[in-house]
Design a protein around this ligand. Structure first.
Ligand SMILES: *[C@@H]1O[C@H](CO)[C@@H](O)[C@H](O)[C@H]1NC(C)=O
Ligand SMILES: *[C@@H]1O[C@H](CO)[C@@H](O)[C@H](O)[C@H]1NC(C)=O
Length: 282
């Protein structure tokens, strides 16, 4: 009887585990993994702390939050819903960065999702350098209408950007070909802010709000200033992926053909500093 019970119990544990990438991560409350980094009076917890709203206004700017821990590999995702607003001058982001909170470190590691003055999604990668690896996509949905998942897989082999589980960008570890790769622990951040270079904000429309959900993190915590060796282990599930699966590759090619509207590797001003642009695309 007891062993029968254990078997059933064990089975339901397995079923529960398989939800880790879906329901479970949405069920984690904000404070478990995140804290307000700046503009804390512009961060509002809603929906039982399972969702936060970041507010931007004319008088005191925007706000941002970050993960409590630093990581050495993992899958990092956020559900975001953009404001119905004229976002000229406004930047809305979710990203990983190795930069310390207190100052701009110059060259560092960073993996970005950003909406800059509009509903086109931009991505960028810094790999111990000053980045300038921008790509831009016209999304196949309206990011203001509903929540969508913006997700980054980062492991020793590969960085993949996913939108609603569709891979839109791949950056492989090509260190052996002289291409820089992420080499420092990073934490996640999300923010809404304004930048003059993105245009002049129309404040007549009143305060602007972005919603964020899904505060679970599937990552390897790295306490060190250098990457924790354990985070490179092939025993971690997110470290197994070295390339896209055939199904992912099909989606990736289709999406990029239709929705990629800017690629730094095709930009004469940007491409020459980036040896990865000489490697044929997958
Ligand atoms: C958005 O606001 C900017 C700055 O006020 C303005 O120049 C632009 O025309 C507005 N765009 C739309 C679509 O209303
Ligand atoms: C931090 O890194 C040093 C040097 O690589 C290593 O000896 C130490 O065990 C690491 N500590 C942790 C907590 O990983």
């Amino acid at each position: 009887m007891a062993s029968h019970f254990l078997k059933i119990f064990g089975f339901s544990l397995l079923v529960f585990a398989s939800y880790v990438n879906g329901v479970y991560e949405d069920d984690v409350s904000f404070d478990q993994n995140y804290f307000s980094l700046w503009g804390s009076n512009h961060l509002t917890r809603v929906n039982n702390n399972k969702e936060v709203q970041l507010l931007l206004d004319q008088y005191s700017g925007g706000g941002g939050f970050r993960s409590i821990s630093d990581y050495g590999s993992g899958r990092f995702g956020m559900r975001m819903k953009l404001p119905y607003a004229n976002t000229t001058g406004i930047i809305i982001s979710f990203y990983l960065t190795s930069a310390p909170d207190s100052h701009d470190p110059g060259n560092h590691d960073e993996i970005d999702f950003e909406f800059i003055a509009g509903t086109d999604l931009q991505t960028n990668i810094y790999a111990g350098d000053s980045g300038n690896r921008g790509e831009r996509y016209q999304l196949w949905f309206d990011p203001r209408k509903d929540f969508h998942i913006y997700e980054i897989l980062w492991n020793p082999n590969i960085v993949v950007f996913y939108v609603d589980k569709v891979p839109i960008r791949v950056f492989k570890n090509n260190k052996d070909r002289g291409v820089n790769y992420i080499s420092n622990p990073m934490h996640t951040e999300a923010s809404i802010w304004t930048a003059d270079w993105a245009g002049t904000v129309d404040w007549n429309q009143g305060p602007i709000i972005t919603n964020y959900r899904r505060f679970g993190i599937d990552g390897c915590v790295s306490q060190n200033t250098s990457l924790n060796q354990e985070c490179l282990s092939p025993n971690l599930p997110w470290n197994l992926q070295k390339e896209l699966s055939p199904r992912e590759l099909m989606m990736y090619r289709r999406i990029r053909k239709k929705h990629l509207v800017y690629d730094y590797c095709l930009d004469k001003e940007r491409q020459q500093n980036h040896p990865e642009c000489l490697i044929p695309p997958i």
